[in-house]
Structures are given as C-alpha cells and as structure tokens.
Design a protein around this ligand. Sequence first.
Ligand code: CU1
Ligand code: CU1
Length: 288
Amino acid sequence: MIYTRRNVNTLTRAERRRFVAAVLEVKRRGEYDEFVRTHIAYNSSDGEHRLRTAHMAPSFLPWHRKLLFEFEQALRRVDASVTVPYWDWTRDRSPHSVPWTDDLLGGTGRRSDRQVMTGPFAYRAGHWKITENVTDVPYLTRDLGRPARPFDLPTGRDLDSALADPVYDTWPWNSESTRGFRNRLEGWGSGRGSASWLNHNRVHHWVGGVMLSAASPNDPVFWLHHSFVDLQWTRWQLRHPGHRYLPALPPGPRDPQHGRIVARDERLPPWNVTPAQLEDMSGIYRYE
Ligand code: CU1
Ligand code: CU1
C-alpha cells in the first residue's frame, strides 16, 4: 500500500497526537538517537578529502531521503497510521503558526538559554533528553526567526528559482556550485550572513538552536523540514522530465572531486543503496 505524506497544517488533532506519540516512542526505544548519531557521523563539508555524502554534495537529496525514510519506518513500526508530515515554510511562516503549536512541536526557546519550554519536546515535559549532541546541553533549543536580528524564511519565489534549474547539479559538486538544482535547494549562497543562507539552509538558521548543528535531527522539526525538501526533488523531476541525478559517472582520477562524491550508480553510505535506486519512491509513498 502506497502511503501519503501530508502537509502538517492539514492534520487533525487526533493525527497530531498520534504523530507526537510515535516520535516519543521511537525516542524511548533508543532508536531516535541512532538517527542523530548517523547524521553527526556523516556530516561533511567541502574541505574534506574523504567521501562527502550528506551535505555539500550531489547526494544531499538521496542521503536525506533515505534517512527520512528509515525514520518513517521506525515511526510506522510504532503506529502504522503515521507518516512524516511536511512543513511548507513558504506558507506557514510565523513562530506562532503550525508546526510550533503546543500539541505538535512546541514553540521557540526562552530568551536566557534558548530552552524550549512548551509542547511535548520541552525538557521539563520529561520525554526529550538530548544525549547525542555536539555540545553537552541536554535540552532542546530554538530561536525562531532570530528576533535579535530577524530575517525571513525562504519565499515561494526563492524555492521556485531552485526548481526552475533543469540541471540536477554541476561541478565542483559542492557548496560552491553556482548552478544546479541541488545546491540552489541545499542553499549555500554567496555573500555574508543571512543573505548567503538560501532555501534549505535558511530554514535551519531560522529555527536556530540545535537545528544549526550537525546534531540537528534532535529537533523533530528536522523531519518535517526534510519531508518538504524531499517533496521538492519530486516536484523538480515532474517539471524537468528526462533530467536525472548527476553526476552519472564518478569523476576521473585527475578531477579534484575524485573519490569525494557519490555518482548515480555508486553506493551511498551508510546504506547499501545507490542514488539511482532512490530517485523514484512513487511505489512507496506519495505527497498530498
Ligand atoms: Cu543534514
Ligand atoms: Cu537539513
């Protein structure tokens, strides 16, 4: 049975409750922290000479698609009615809109230490202690919209400029690729500060707190954000039929990116799957 991922703003009260309960149960079972560990371990940047998979690389999209899918399977083992909803940040743009309600993800952090004090993932609610982190802070932190120096979430027009690019990715296949759908969506721009944070990256910055670190999956909004990012890959494919994941072949031995990125039919660690095998998920789930 093909299941559906829905806009989080369409969930009923009962559906919100079941989603939250499933996330808390995956956490209680110890499985949640494994996803956080994987994300930390495969965090990568341009300067590294080992293989880059999760970020600053063509496989940004399939890597997160696979992580998100595995997380969703963990949720569905708890409650088969649950899927990962998506947060359309081009429409729900305020720190008080969905998903920041008390019956979903809770709100922003308090001023003093950015600690989230409301909703089911507040430390004081007793079910959300952060153990896999890049700091030793055990509570969830956020700074929605960064009120001290505010900036806005990406707009529909920002997202459209990524979707309009018919080429999946271009050399040098990293954060400096100035063309290509992947980096326009991942969002490594030029300039300084908030002007250089585009689309996907800009949302991580807008949420702030743990979403700014390699341990970002500690904030459950990570999954709702990446569900929406994943939807954009599907939308891009529909808009540009015939265009596929690039590079099709691994860079040659003289290319500075040799051995540092994953080509279409190469294995995408830590899983035994290739980007090509992750291009079409329409037999498993769809978006509504
Ligand atoms: Cu990531
Ligand atoms: Cu992300």
